[in-house]
Design a protein around this ligand. Structure first.
Ligand code: ZN
Length: 328
């Protein structure tokens, strides 16, 4: 059921929006800005329901308007989202045409534009005109994780509502509510950096296995022979590029944790289930080696993102890491 209370860890944004809904003057354009996967879209839908709801205590969650808004089928709720890479001008024109008609059920209409930064010039200029000269009672909610890719002129027409990362404890509680054990939820919340989708990916089988592959690799680097390096690179090469990127992301957190461990900040460790292994490996690398590791890792991650040959990239990274350990 749609309700303000199902939004996790965004108290500031939510209380501000609730005040706006209760107040007399609702701004006609809002910009929800903040990291990916922290609840911006759910909040936009909840706000839409609140604006369309037929009850005094909006959103009630149970009236027809609330239920239709929740299913994204309310006739006065228009949702625009990118088709692959872009929001096409045709989508914006269609939305403008919809909005030029009188509301069907409610007193007003709501238009959500998800990933608004994906509007190219033509689409952006067209929406700008609509924001400058709104027709009828329409509330626009633009959502973005890349606010600086929006035109200044669009940003300045919207009231900014900022979203932050979901606090670790709130995220963990929500993951428990969704069925994870407390231990799993706590670890996933630490690893995910306050975002839902990565936390869920970690809890899913695939996420666990890519993290495990990164752990196996990281702690075996000091004892790797050349043959092991070729073998590991071939094994990684057999994975999808996305999977390799997920493993590299996990490696990054491991290198970070090794640095944190050697700085004696154990309570800050994200991969808290690997404490013993960090302890065992402590003498193998210095802070300086680890910062060289990180530098190398970031460089190789970029190559993988840019379609580099996975086998060659991983080989090069492991050879470099090994020589960094030997050199110290
Ligand atoms: Zn309602």
């Amino acid at each position: 059921m749609i309700s303000w209370s199902s939004i996790v860890g965004q108290e500031d944004a939510v209380s501000r929006l609730r005040r706006l809904v209760r107040g007399v003057r609702m701004p006609h354009a809002l910009l929800f800005a903040g990291p990916e996967s922290v609840g911006k879209y759910l909040t936009a839908k909840t706000l839409a329901a609140a604006l369309l709801c037929e009850s005094d205590d909006a959103p009630c969650g149970t009236c027809q308007a609330c239920r239709l808004a929740e299913n994204e089928s309310h006739p006065d709720l228009v949702i625009v989202r990118p088709d692959k890479q872009n929001i096409k001008i045709g989508e914006i024109r269609k939305m403008q045409k919809d909005l030029s008609l009188a509301p069907y059920m409610a007193q007003r209409r709501v238009c959500i534009i998800d990933e608004a930064d994906k509007m190219r010039d033509e689409a952006a200029n067209s929406i700008l005109k609509t924001l400058e000269e709104p027709v009828g009672d329409v509330v626009f909610i633009l959502i973005t994780a890349k606010r600086y890719q929006l035109l200044d002129t669009i940003r300045s027409r919207c009231m900014l509502v900022e979203f932050g990362a979901v606090p670790q404890s709130a995220l963990a509680r929500e993951l428990v509510r969704r069925g994870a054990s407390e231990e799993e939820a706590d670890l996933a919340a630490r690893l995910a950096g306050g975002r839902f989708a990565p936390a869920e990916a970690i809890l899913s089988g695939g996420g666990q296995s890519s993290r495990q592959a990164a752990i196996d690799l990281f702690f075996s680097v000091p004892t790797m022979a050349e043959a092991d390096i070729w073998q590991t690179a071939s094994a990684w090469d057999a994975c999808e590029r996305e999977e390799v990127l997920a493993r590299l992301m996990s490696l990054r957190l491991l290198v970070r944790d090794a640095m944190v461990y050697s700085a004696d900040l154990k309570e800050e460790i994200i991969n808290s289930d690997c404490l013993d292994r960090f302890a065992q490996a402590k003498s193998v690398w210095s802070q300086r080696t680890l910062s060289l590791f990180m530098h190398e890792l970031v460089k190789r991650e970029r190559s993988v993102k840019n379609n580099g040959n996975i086998k060659l990239v991983i080989e090069a990274m492991l050879l470099a890491w090994r020589s960094m350990i030997q050199r110290r």
